[in-house]
Design a protein around this ligand. Structure first.
Ligand code: TLP
Length: 349
């Protein structure tokens, strides 16, 4: 099978830059960004801040660095950050926040779409007491990766903001896929981001840029994030090379995310028809499809043998992500492959 025949549903991070992005990279005007002199980075940061409705923005290497530097800026040593128990920052960022920031992560339950349980959140906020760490920030994730790409609504975000506001605690949003959330809800992204103090979003997932994420917030906060980025070794020089495709991503790749959501819905509905696979299509709200199957590793291997790459959240929980480059025809082929992979499992039993 040639690599062109492979259907890669492991993640939307596998997307390749578009031709326009490659051209923008080749033609980008560059400077040393540590001196603040890369005009392309400066432009991307201005566009991004404006898109998110925030005062300022900074380009970072990855979503993980965005969350890390944001939490380093919000928290001091020994402080506590409240996160969902399924949060990316808790599961998949190599323990960076506790390791580098001496910040304790406190998990409260996420519901099936990724919203934090409000009662548990209220109970987790620390009062003043010599024994307690200080609750320095509350983190949301929207869309929610481990919760099947679940979308937190504007009202839910407002509810968290209101609770946080009463306690004067800032809210950080891991908005790696915040544009997916806005497109799924049919709202402007600022409707969501107005309820948070800081937001990280990724250029290199569904928006298809090769590298980079952005952190947005107040000018003062972003100055702190820049310092944390420098400390983490993430300050870059002629970073306009990365920023140029990021601008193309923001200008041309947002609206088409709806197509990925349609394909994910189609995939979920098809998978739900296959005996042996367990999935509720109503849970799929954006571009991430999570499906349960006994012996996930064997199913994943058979899918790979059939030319379809998928990823795993656990031994019996698999993930498929739709993205730029994946068409309706690919979904139909992936479904046929899943049907046959389950059939082979039946024969093997
Ligand atoms: N997620 C990756 C993997 O790490 C699982 C993926 O393939 O989905 N926040 C969220 C919600 C994410 O899904 C990710 C990446 C990140 C942050 C981190 O972004 P990167 O990979 O750029 O550090």
């Amino acid at each position: 099978m040639s690599t062109q025949d492979i259907i890669d549903l492991r993640s939307d991070t596998v997307t390749q830059p578009t031709r326009a992005m490659r051209e923008a990279m080749a033609n980008a005007e560059l400077g040393d960004d540590v001196y603040g002199e890369d005009p392309t980075v400066n432009r991307l940061e201005e566009i991004a801040a404006e898109r998110m409705g925030k005062e300022a923005a900074v380009l970072v290497t990855s979503g993980s660095m965005g969350n890390l530097t944001s939490l380093l800026a919000h928290c001091g040593r020994g402080d506590e950050a409240i996160v969902g128990d399924e949060a990316h920052v808790l599961h998949y960022e190599a323990g960076g926040v506790p390791a580098l920031g001496a910040v304790q992560l406190r998990a409260v339950p996420n519901d099936e779409h990724g919203m934090l349980d409000l009662d548990a959140l209220a109970a987790a906020i620390r009062g003043r007491n010599v024994h307690f760490p200080r609750t320095a920030v509350i983190c949301l994730e929207n869309t929610h990766n481990r919760c099947s790409g679940g979308v937190i609504t504007v009202e839910q975000m407002a509810a968290v903001a209101s609770l946080a506001g009463k306690h004067e605690i800032p809210v950080h949003l891991d908005g790696a896929r915040i544009f997916n959330a806005a497109v799924a809800l049919g709202v402007r992204v600022t409707e969501l981001t107005r309820h948070v103090d800081s937001v990280t979003f990724c250029l290199s997932k569904g928006l298809s840029a090769p590298v980079g994420s952005i952190v947005c917030g107040t000018k003062e906060f972003i100055a702190e994030v820049r310092r944390a980025r420098k400390m983490a070794g993430g300050a870059m020089r002629q970073a306009g090379i990365i920023a140029a495709p990021g601008i193309v991503a923001l200008e041309t790749m947002v609206d088409r995310l709806a197509e990925d959501h349609e394909n994910a819905a189609l995939l979920a509905e098809g998978l739900a028809q296959i005996p042996g696979l367990s999935i509720d299509p109503a849970r799929v709200q954006s571009n991430i499809v999570v499906v349960d199957v006994t012996d996930g590793a064997s199913f994943q291997r058979r899918m790979r043998d059939g030319g379809v790459l998928i990823s795993a959240f656990g031994p019996e929980r698999l993930r498929m992500v739709t993205h730029y480059g994946i068409t309706r025809q690919h979904i139909e082929r992936a479904l046929a492959c899943a049907q046959s992979a389950i059939g082979q499992a039946g024969q093997a039993a």
